[in-house]
Design a protein around this ligand. Structure first.
Ligand code: 3PG
Length: 402
């Protein structure tokens, strides 16, 4: 797609799709990451004399006006991050919104109300796309994290205006191409989380692309149980046993080193302060459950990291929200951070849980690249085409770097 290098925004109304779907706590922005990451695009456009009109969704109001899901409180946080005023209009289409875009001056920034208050947003209806297109002279998509949605503001509107990818969009794609399309090898992936069923396509695509695939979190229990091991009352998916066995066979035939836990931290209850034990995966007693990777598994994973040049991380290794079951994730994350800082490893991480886990481990800022995306990051890793990307680049080919 065309980047901002090819856009002269001076005097133009630049309609920019950003992702301000940020965590809120008591009416305040909880985590500023997504806001901070869109600042370069907005600042560049405004500094060059563009009249910046921002569009975003927030939460899932399902086509209705839900006052608690207004973007208004976020306008203030954005203004602080930008260091310049951000005007706000209580609608994202219609006369008031259109009039506000026409009175904007060069360098000014306007935020419109939650696009998902309109029923036409998620259905990507023509009327909504045309109504959005009337708000700008050109369209910039800087919301990689919403690019897996084929909505009016992420996809439809691009059919009506000259379209560009913003700086964050560019950075996200460059990092992902470097990680998966053209990585420095050996490349490894850590895939954690609760269920194989929700990450099946991810696992299959990773097997085709990486040299080492480490499975962590509760989904590892399903792999262990599928091999005939007893996993006590650990979370597992019996209906996925066949699939797990197929994945293990596929890994062998593709020469992909599939790494499963060899020991685990177990407890009888998932509560803070519950008594724990460390046992080999062959000795999980009835009535106990695996809640974290054990020390030998952590040492094994860390030794695998030492042999990698590129690491893709999605999903924690244990119940990191509840110490002491954060130890496995923390220790491996800290080792990945150490190698990344030493320059021997490139670590690309993404996904809501993963970002929270890396922040919890104190290493979020030590990774090579942390995606702002959750679902979109996952879909990219699954090898899916993202409608928001196709829309701004009809000719985008997955194998051709931007
Ligand atoms: C996200 O937080 O992953 C994006 O903002 C997309 O949100 P959605 O899952 O509600 O479409």
């Amino acid at each position: 797609f065309a980047t901002l290098d090819t856009l002269d925004p001076k005097g133009k109304r630049v309609l920019v799709r950003v992702d301000l779907n940020v965590p809120m706590k008591d009416g305040q922005v909880g985590d500023q990451t997504r806001i901070e990451r869109i600042v370069p695009t907005i600042r560049e456009l405004a500094d060059k004399g563009g009249r910046v009109v921002l569009l975003s969704h927030f939460d899932r109001p399902k086509g209705k006006v839900v006052p608690d899901m207004s973007l208004q409180p976020i306008a203030a946080a954005l203004a602080t991050a930008l260091g310049r005023p951000v005007n706000f209009v209580h609608d994202c289409v219609g006369e008031e919104a259109e009039a506000a875009t026409r009175t904007l001056k060069d360098g000014e920034v306007l935020l419109l109300e939650n696009t998902r208050f309109q029923p036409g947003e998620e259905t990507n209806c023509q009327d909504m796309s045309s109504a959005l297109a009337r708000l700008g002279d050109v369209y910039v998509n800087d919301a990689f994290s919403a690019a897996h949605r084929a909505h009016a503001s992420t996809a439809g509107v691009a059919g009506h205006l000259p379209s560009f990818g913003g700086r964050l969009m560019e950075a996200e794609l460059q990092a992902l191409f470097a990680a998966l399309e053209n990585p420095e090898r050996p490349v490894g992936a850590i895939v954690g989380g609760a269920k194989i069923s929700t990450k099946l396509e991810l696992l299959e695509n990773m097997l085709a692309k990486v040299n080492v695939l480490a499975i962590g979190g509760a989904m590892a229990n399903t792999f262990l149980a599928a091999q005939g091991l007893s996993v006590g009352k650990s979370l597992k998916e019996e209906e996925m046993f066949d699939t797990a066995r197929k994945i293990m066979d596929l890994a062998k035939s593709r020469n992909c080193d599939l790494v499963l836990p060899i020991d685990v931290v177990i407890a009888e209850e998932l509560i803070a302060g519950a008594p724990t034990q460390v046992v080999p995966v062959t000795a999980i007693p009835d009535g106990w459950m695996a809640l974290d990777a054990g020390p030998e598994t952590v040492a094994l994973l860390n030794s695998k990291l030492a042999g990698l040049k590129t690491l893709v991380w999605n999903g924690p290794l244990g119940v990191f929200e509840l110490p002491p079951f954060d130890n496995g994730t923390n220790t491996v994350a800290q080792e990945a951070a150490r190698l990344t800082k030493a320059g021997t490893l490139k670590t690309i991480a993404g996904g809501g849980d993963t970002v929270a886990a890396l922040r919890h481990a104190g290493v979020l800022h030590d990774m090579t690249y942390v995606s702002t995306a959750g679902g979109a990051f996952l879909e990219w890793l699954e090898g899916k085409v993202l409608p928001g990307l196709t829309a701004i680049s009809a000719t985008l080919e997955r194998t051709v770097p931007i």
